[in-house]
Design a protein around this ligand. Structure first.
Ligand SMILES: *[C@@H]1O[C@H](CO)[C@@H](O)[C@H](O)[C@H]1NC(C)=O
Ligand SMILES: *[C@@H]1O[C@H](CO)[C@@H](O)[C@H](O)[C@H]1NC(C)=O
Ligand SMILES: *[C@@H]1O[C@H](CO)[C@@H](O)[C@H](O)[C@H]1NC(C)=O
Ligand SMILES: *[C@@H]1O[C@H](CO)[C@@H](O)[C@H](O)[C@H]1NC(C)=O
Ligand SMILES: *[C@@H]1O[C@H](CO)[C@@H](O)[C@H](O)[C@H]1NC(C)=O
Ligand SMILES: *[C@@H]1O[C@H](CO)[C@@H](O)[C@H](O)[C@H]1NC(C)=O
Ligand SMILES: *[C@@H]1O[C@H](CO)[C@@H](O)[C@H](O)[C@H]1NC(C)=O
Ligand SMILES: *[C@@H]1O[C@H](CO)[C@@H](O)[C@H](O)[C@H]1NC(C)=O
Length: 405
């Protein structure tokens, strides 16, 4: 772990070297310093390559700060330099981040809008943000945790699941979405270009759709199509809460830092976010809010410049602007769960679930011959929790665990 901590310190210099050939950036550092940095950078990159790959791949959900530091020694010049070079695809320095331009709050932007979703009024509406092409994932969810039998509770506890998509420019896919919706009637499609860097628009469209079409529901959950949701466990947890209003719960991530490496999936240029640390936020893999919170977050979003990291943006930046505090619940986690009955039974969310794992979990939970002891909790998830709060992934360590409130 100590060694891994070197990584974020070294990457900014490595990347500035990559881009350094065609600039005058090094004029105040000198040629020898540049070459030394180049050599050091190569060695460090080679040495850390193996460490870096697992760290990268074990990161869950958009944007948590994989311990990326803004390394006080010497990065401010570099990041300023990067800001002018490494543009975020789709969100260049020039692109407006005013949500009004994309969300069109005054207009109906729904292409598909299933009207049975909100009658009778749902106690819990689960919106699964899905990519247009992920038909298999949607199908696995429909056949497992979102199946009719699994959503059946008492009369006051109506639970609905719907998928939220944007638009694809592929006419074949476009047509198959129409067909899929014709068959299942559970697809909300909104007018925006459905891409990875547009996930924030998807989440804000979710808030728009729900506050417009379903304002009297009790709870809204946002999740993704690679998640298993233990609906029974979730409902149990929600019913235990003393207050409904003001709820914003999930897996809390504290003191995460923007990643300044342009090659990283969660790269955030300074022009998108200039603070050193993200506000505390909930992992985008699954978070739940009451409808009053959904409405406040939606209105805050219209006044908050877009950040492409959906979870940091909605549950961090917009929540802060709306004076809402995201709260950790230990059942939510962004780590994959062990395929173990007791682990799964006690969890609310499980991440990195592809369609075959989805069925495995579903079948696992059908076993009736298991008795769980208190010892059989998800150790991996517990390890990431300090005093009931996630402090981020293992790269965000010690120095950052004290101020997680
Ligand atoms: C930003 O806008 C200016 C003028 O509108 C244009 O010349 C420049 O190429 C744009 N830069 C990028 C990165 O889009
Ligand atoms: C929104 O609706 C108004 C009134 O119907 C219309 O004038 C305007 O062009 C619409 N805007 C968009 C972006 O569709
Ligand atoms: C918005 O438009 C869609 C598609 O035409 C329609 O199904 C839906 O009912 C409309 N929603 C509202 C609130 O008017
Ligand atoms: C559109 O999507 C279909 C189905 O995924 C794929 O086979 C086809 O190649 C895509 N077409 C284009 C132009 O990308
Ligand atoms: C694709 O989507 C657009 C926008 O909703 C729609 O106008 C068009 O008819 C769709 N194409 C197909 C083949 O369904
Ligand atoms: C995001 O969606 C908007 C609206 O559809 C579109 O103009 C823009 O190109 C998209 N950006 C990306 C990064 O896909
Ligand atoms: C699903 O994930 C499991 C474990 O993560 C992997 O072994 C399997 O190959 C994946 N299946 C598909 C179809 O991607
Ligand atoms: C429980 O039953 C399943 C089949 O339903 C079996 O595969 C599993 O090994 C059993 N587990 C225990 C602990 O007996």
């Amino acid at each position: 772990m100590e060694r891994i901590r070197l990584l974020p310190m070294e990457l900014p210099s490595a990347t500035s070297i990559n881009n350094g050939n065609n600039t005058s950036n090094s004029n105040n550092r000198g040629r020898t310093s540049f070459i030394r940095r180049l050599g050091l950078g190569c060695i460090v990159l080679a040495a850390l390559g193996l460490l870096y790959v697992p760290a990268y791949h074990s990161a869950q959900g958009p944007a948590f700060g994989i311990g990326e530091t803004s390394s006080p020694a010497g990065s401010s010049g570099d990041s300023h330099f990067l800001a002018s070079v490494a543009q975020l695809p789709g969100w260049t320095f020039n692109t407006s981040r005013n949500l009004h331009l994309y969300i069109h709050p005054e207009n109906n932007t729904s292409i598909l809008s299933p009207n049975e979703l909100c009658t009778p009024l749902p106690y819990l509406l689960i919106i699964v943000c899905s990519a247009v092409a992920n038909e298999r994932a949607r199908s696995a969810i429909r056949n497992t945790w979102a199946s009719e039998e699994n959503l059946h509770y008492d009369a006051e506890t109506n639970i609905k699941v719907a998928f939220l998509l944007g638009q694809s420019d592929n006419d074949t896919l476009n047509a198959s979405i129409m067909e899929e919706n014709y068959e299942y009637g559970d697809i909300i499609q909104e007018k925006f270009h459905d891409t990875y860097n547009n996930l924030t628009l998807k989440s804000v469209m979710m808030l728009k759709w729900v506050t417009t079409n379903c304002p009297h529901a009790t709870y809204l959950m946002k999740t993704d199509d690679d998640m298993y949701i233990n609906v029974e466990g979730l409902v149990k947890a929600l019913k235990l809460r003393p207050h409904i209003k003001g709820s914003l719960i999930g897996s809390l991530i504290c003191n995460a830092r923007p990643i300044s490496d342009p090659k990283n999936k969660w790269y955030t240029p300074k022009y998108m976010f200039s603070e050193k640390i993200y506000p505390n936020y909930l992992s985008g893999t699954g978070y739940v809010m009451s409808l009053d919170v959904a409405s406040k977050l939606y209105h805050a979003a219209l006044e908050t410049p877009l950040l492409h990291l959906e979870d940091v943006y909605i549950t961090g930046l917009c929540a802060r602007n709306a004076k809402l505090r995201p709260i950790n619940h230990p059942g939510f986690s962004y780590v994959p769960r062990k395929l173990d009955y007791c682990v799964l039974k006690s969890a609310i969310t499980a991440h990195k679930v592809n369609s075959s794992v989805m069925y495995s979990i579903w079948n696992k939970l059908k076993e009736t011959n298991v008795t769980c002891t208190t010892a059989s909790t998800d150790k991996k998830a517990v390890k990431l929790n300090r005093r009931g709060r996630n402090v981020g992934y293992y790269l965000v360590k010690k120095r950052s665990n004290s101020r997680c409130t």
